[in-house]
Design a binder for this molecule. Structure first.
Ligand code: ATP
Ligand code: MG
Length: 413
């Protein structure tokens, strides 16, 4: 059987998903050629199964991807050009928006989600909210719609790579490069949070970097599939998409997820970028989630000793298990990140680490007020003050006594 389009797509996908190697796929194509010569045509799936390189259930799951990989979806007003990629939830295509003659990216949801009315309602609601945002560091949401039973999300097309692409190659970012990216994404989050939108899925795959070094946060306003806990479990069950960056409160399935969840995930990504390791690694996704909840973080500067103490402190505060022990806003986080970038200390992180550092913070701010703490700090601690008062009182008494004796002695009899 000649190598068909389906065979070549399957060949690419099985290697992409690391089910087998390129050499094994080529070996299967050779086997197929031999069989075809003998008048016994076989497809690549037959050959992969016969050689034992994949199982039937893996094949079934891959077939779903192949269906989505073929740009058969017709979306009025757009011309699908090519497939850009696929994640755990959807497939992304490069397309031309005919009315404006511009290139866009379109994320097409699988049928399974398009048929879930509750999800579709959230998809439109969040998509509309995201389209109101406008920020250099956010992949611009353009439109949401439905065609042929498929729901889709139109967004700005970003030419570049994702942070995940670098990390997958084993790249460890320098502190300066990582800071530059994290600051840009924090700026994106500040913009979204101020307008009431929480991302809930900040991770290296959702951060794209253009050739000019602009970092863009993708999937802003793309509703997650279910309650976060359920979504995390579902992602965890797949060969890809492990919960390395998810916050403890999302794992617990809390209903009211605040902006601190984004700060945690950004911290986890920062950790990965500067250490080359995810914060919590374990053999199974549920063990990874358990560690997010319970295990103490190995300080990032223990893994990369070149890391400044400041960056390590900021990451640890971002990744505090309890949301209210993290930064109280992305604005404060940005102040620390920018301070580090210009060679200063992360003052807010210091305060979180050590309440006494509050005094340092106040002292170092311009126009410091004279406070009791300042006075205490400049003159020692409260016990020292007590001792000083005692000494002054005793000295005073001694002086009075001496004066009294002098007066007595100088009195004529
Ligand atoms: N706006 C865009 N412009 C260009 N390429 C994009 C854009 N959005 C996504 N992509 C590409 O499509 C791929 C798939 O994106 P998608 O959001 O579906 O999954 P993901 O974020 O990689 O993973 P997951 O589904 O686990 O969240 C991305 O990895 C990226 O390479
Ligand atoms: Mg994505």
């Amino acid at each position: 059987m000649a190598e068909t389009n389906v065979d070549s797509i399957l060949g690419r996908i099985v290697v992409d998903k690391q089910f087998c190697t390129d050499a094994e796929v080529r070996e299967c194509f050779d086997v197929m050629k031999n069989l075809a010569r003998q008048g016994r045509p076989h497809s690549l799936s037959d050959a992969l199964l016969a050689q034992g390189y994949i199982t039937q259930s893996q094949l079934d799951r891959l077939n779903q991807h192949i269906d989505e990989a073929r740009p058969t979806h017709r979306i009025p007003g757009f011309q699908i050009l090519e497939k850009l990629g696929a994640g755990a939830m959807a497939t992304v295509f490069k397309a031309k928006q005919l009315s404006l003659d511009r290139i866009v990216a379109i994320k097409v949801l699988p049928k399974r989600l398009s048929e879930n009315p509750e999800y579709v309602v959230r998809f439109y609601k969040e998509g509309k909210a995201a389209a109101k945002l406008n920020h250099t560091n956010i992949v611009q949401a353009i439109d949401v719609g439905e065609a042929g039973g498929f729901h889709y999300f139109v967004m700005e097309y970003v030419e570049g790579k994702t942070v995940y692409d670098d990390l997958a190659k084993g790249l460890v970012y320098s502190e300066t490069d990582a800071l530059d990216i994290i600051i840009q994404i924090a700026e994106a989050l500040e913009h979204a949070h101020e307008r009431g939108l929480i991302h809930r899925d900040v991770k290296p795959k959702n951060v794209m970097i253009t050739s000019d070094g602009i970092a863009k946060l993708a999937d802003m306003g793309l509703a997650r599939e279910a309650a976060d806990q359920e979504a995390a479990q579902m992602e965890a069950g797949r060969a890809y998409g492990t919960p390395y960056y998810i916050s403890p409160e999302q794992i617990r399935g809390e209903l009211d997820i605040g902006f601190q969840a984004d700060i945690y995930s950004l911290g986890a990504m920062f950790y990965h970028m500067v250490t080359g390791r995810v914060p919590f690694e374990a053999p199974t996704p549920s063990a990874v989630m358990h560690k997010h909840l319970k295990e103490q973080l190995v300080p990032p500067d223990h893994l990369n000793t070149e890391l400044s103490v400041g960056v390590a402190e900021v990451i640890e505060v971002m990744m505090a298990k309890k949301p209210d022990e993290r930064y109280l806003s992305v604005k404060l986080l940005l102040e620390d990140l920018r301070n580090i970038q210009s060679g200063g200390p992360p003052l807010h992180a210091h305060r979180k680490f050590d309440p006494h550092a509050l005094v340092d913070l106040e002292k170092s701010s311009p126009g410091t007020d004279v406070t009791l703490e300042n006075v205490l700090e400049n003159n020692g601690n409260p016990e020292d003050l007590g001792t000083k008062i005692l000494i002054i009182v005793l000295s005073g008494l001694l002086l009075v006594a001496i004066l009294f004796i002098i007066v007595l002695m100088s009195k004529p009899n």
